[in-house]
Design a protein around this ligand. Structure first.
Ligand code: PMP
Length: 392
């Protein structure tokens, strides 16, 4: 066996083997695989806008007007007219001076962190931040200090104890991607102000999801203007692909000049930018979608609890049901799929060992009967595993 095959073997032995799976998304809530239709409870398209007629139409028109690809990086020839229009509306939506669109949320985090933090600076990063934040910290030539998840006292101690000759940054997910909990920004921001630290919040799972009209975590806590950089994705509630950073005009100018993931990559296709813009317009026109999403989250969480499943607390649409062992999470996901429901099994290294889980995500487009069906499938899947002696 060659050395690569040995490594693959090792990954399988640890129950950590992964492979992209092909799904045909028929709507925001239904996916097809091998001719069979499934209820989708594993998508981040929180508002279900991926299939909205206006969003699709915007993409079609952009392809016809501007072609398939952008053909250049943003600072060369890739900035077609749809870009400034989207950036202006994103800035207005976030009530900030300016916004800059990147190709993915991942590239936004990597670019913002490594573009802003310099040698001599210190980045204080929540232990459960997304991989793209971790990678951004690794790329930056600054020291990174990891504080315990959501623990403001630990953050305070680390701010006190860490010498810093440059700037301090505090970076956190707004809504944590795997636990669905909300960062305690109401306590982080006053602490940051004490230490003159720049706060960066990654609202990948908060944009279109929490805060008035889905404006994200700073708005949720009424902290507008006190968070220096608000990051978001265009790939989840905004139904397309891409990411953005919003903040003061000069900060955005620094990013356009220093964020390498912005500078050295071909700009998004026009259709993608147009689709994200149409989704943003839809969100602004119909903020009730955000309320519907929250009602669905509360409904599914209460039904799961009534059926005996312990989901982590909260009211966001990320609903983690902790199962512990990797194989239990995988077996449950498989048993659910047999019952027509797609749910993600999340394992290390995405989450800490021993906290493998099902991660249910819902959208504003799910109906209560869909959610009822999911709970029945969960009960049946669990009983079948227990009967099968899977050690659950
Ligand atoms: N930040 C967080 C918190 C995420 O969960 C994700 C994606 N899952 C990203 C950033 C990356 O966003 P994208 O998928 O648009 O690259």
């Amino acid at each position: 066996m060659n050395k690569w095959a040995q490594q693959v073997d090792e990954i399988r032995r640890l129950w950590l083997y992964r492979q992209p799976v092909v799904y045909l998304p028929l709507s925001a809530t239904i996916a097809e695989q091998a001719g069979k239709k499934y209820l989708m409870l594993a998508s981040n398209s929180y508002l279900g806008l991926t299939h909205h007629p206006a969003v699709r139409q915007a993409a079609i028109e952009a392809v016809q007007a501007y072609g398939a690809g952008s053909g250049g990086a943003r600072l060369t020839t890739g900035t077609h007219p749809l870009y400034p229009a989207l950036e202006k509306d994103l800035a207005a939506f976030k009530q900030r001076e300016a916004a800059l669109v990147f190709n993915t949320g991942y590239m936004t985090n990597v670019g913002v962190i490594s573009g802003l933090a310099r040698a001599g600076d210190v980045i204080f990063s929540d232990a459960w931040n997304h991989a793209s934040i971790i990678d951004g910290c690794r790329l930056a030539r600054s020291e990174t200090v990891v504080y315990q998840h959501g623990d403001v006292e630990d953050l305070r101690q680390k701010l006190q104890q860490t010498p810093c000759s440059g700037k301090r940054f505090i970076i956190t997910d707004g809504v944590f991607s795997m636990d669905g909990d909300i960062a305690p920004l109401d306590r982080i921001v006053p602490l940051a102000e004490e230490y003159d630290a720049c706060v960066i919040v990654d609202d990948a799972h908060a944009t279109g999801v929490i805060g008035p009209g889905g404006r994200g975590t700073a708005a949720y806590f009424g902290l507008k203007g006190r968070v220096q950089v608000e990051i978001g994705t265009l790939s989840k509630a905004l139904a397309a692909e891409g990411g953005f950073a919003a903040g003061d005009e000069s900060l955005i100018e620094i990013l356009a000049n220093r964020a390498r993931s912005f500078i050295f990559s071909t700009a998004l296709a026009p259709a993608t930018v147009a689709a994200a813009h149409a989704a943003l317009r839809q969100l602004i026109a119909e903020p009730e979608m955000v309320d519907r999403l929250r009602e669905n989250a509360i409904y599914l969480r209460s039904k799961l609890a009534a059926a005996g499943f312990t989901a982590l607390p909260g009211d966001t649409p990320i609903i983690p049901v902790i199962l512990g062992r990797e194989e239990t999470a995988l077996d449950m996901a498989r048993a659910l799929q047999e019952r027509g429901v797609i749910v993600a099994a999340i394992r290390p290294p995405t989450v800490p060992p021993g906290s493998s889980r099902l991660r249910l995500t819902i959208t504003a487009e799910h109906r209560q009967q869909d959610l009822d069906k999911a709970v029945v499938a969960m009960q049946e899947a669990w009983s079948s595993l227990k009967q099968g002696g899977n050690g659950v």
